[in-house]
Design a protein around this ligand. Sequence first.
Ligand SMILES: [Zn+2]
Ligand SMILES: [Zn+2]
Length: 397
Amino acid sequence: MTDVERLRREAEARRDRLIATRRDLHAHPEIAFQEIRTADIVAHRLAELGFEVQTGVGKTGVVGVMEGERAGDGHTLLLRFDMDALPIHEQVDVPFRSQRDGWMHACGHDAHTAIGLSVAELLAADRAAWSGTAKFVFQPAEEIVAGARAMIDDGVLENPRPDRALSLHVFSTLPTGVIAMTDGPTMAGSGAFTITVRGRGAHGAMPHQGADPILGAAHIITALQSIVSRNVNPMEQAVVTVGYVHGGTAHNIIPDDVELGGTTRAFSTAVGDLLNQRIQEIAQHTARALGVEAVVSISESATPPLINDAGLAEVVRRQARRLVGAEHVRTDVRLMGAEDAALFLQAMPGAYVFVGAGNPAKGIDEPHHSPRFQIDEDALPIAVALLTASAIDMLND
Ligand SMILES: [Zn+2]
Ligand SMILES: [Zn+2]
């Protein structure tokens, strides 16, 4: 088992550069598929460290590959860090605040990129400690859940083909010094649906001359609420949310059609499939009962649930317990949010860990995607030590 305490000392010794990197990225946020400057910094740093670097993977993604020198076969480990910011205007007054109006690192991916570069540095500095191949994947466009798919389409899962994956998210609503590593389903799979309710427009005073899609849409929205309460096993978790309703133009006009759109969340593909099936049935039959027609389209770019491999999760937890103490390691954190790292963990066994980065005493506890989002930088060396130690353990056996 790799000495995580030593790695923490080494991460602390490199703390200034780690934080400077994170602050530089924070000041220069780039949103999905526009991570040009970020990718450039990543590619240069990886090349300096001796990685074989490939750029433009999935548009703006960067891949760095290095082999260890320790005897033994080892594994090929995919280490994934996302790089993109959000279209949010930062409301935090710090010296390194976003220099780009309307764009902000409000989810901590600036920290992920900086952490990834530090992990790469520590692994490169101690190649004798590990066997196998480390494959660093700096991913674009997580926030629009498109970057992982784009990198996979560009062949990131081949040459060399990784057989294990490791990734993280810093978490502002968990305190610094807490690490959450949950077995099995940890983040939900997400889907999107669009329902077009087609009626026949008429005068609002003479509804009998038309077919009212607004009434149809209202009944459909209400009936969709029965999916979670009546169709999903109460021991499972699921969400069906209608997020928008577009239709109509005036007080006295019945429109031709109305469009609804929404999202679904579930921790298993089976439940996700059930949600989609019931959305179609309910929309179509409710519409027909009211004399209108519903055309349902289910998005094909769904994100699967993120499922941690129990064995690899335990590899991370073992190091986490040594690093922060067993009482600070949680195993029960699950989120309805989706995360496209799930696509990597669907392709191979992996571990996705939450690293606490909140600190209410310092006023750092805003949720992710808030314009006031901040992270506690004391969490960064902890994340670096945890990921480096876990990576070496996952590479070696
Ligand atoms: Zn986010
Ligand atoms: Zn995020």
